[in-house]
Design a protein around this ligand. Structure first.
Ligand code: SF4
Length: 87
């Protein structure tokens, strides 16, 4: 079967679209895998309020302004969870 230039261009375009979709799916999967390395808020009994003087903003894994290295965010500066690590 012989391909004419217009057909070849259409085929190339469709292949390009398929590659872009595959790339987006890979990026989404990589993001989900990263999040899986963290613990859920429910698992660590996260709360949006401090526990005494203990709170996220003075906890070692806290990443300003609202993320945590070990718990799926966002988290509040005034939040707390049971794996708190005093800095
Ligand atoms: S208290 Fe918990 S959620 Fe907050 S920063 Fe520390 S580990 Fe993360």
């Amino acid at each position: 079967m012989r391909l004419y230039p217009a057909e070849a261009s259409r085929r190339d375009l469709l292949q390009g679209v398929a590659c872009a979709a595959a790339g987006a799916a890979f990026a989404a999967a990589a993001g989900a895998a990263f999040a899986k390395g963290k613990r859920s808020k429910a698992d660590v009994e996260y709360q949006d309020t401090p526990h005494g003087i203990e709170r996220c903003e003075i906890c070692a894994p806290f990443l300003p302004p609202d993320q945590c290295r070990t718990v799926v965010g966002p988290v509040s500066r005034q939040g707390w969870c049971k794996i708190y690590e005093g800095a």
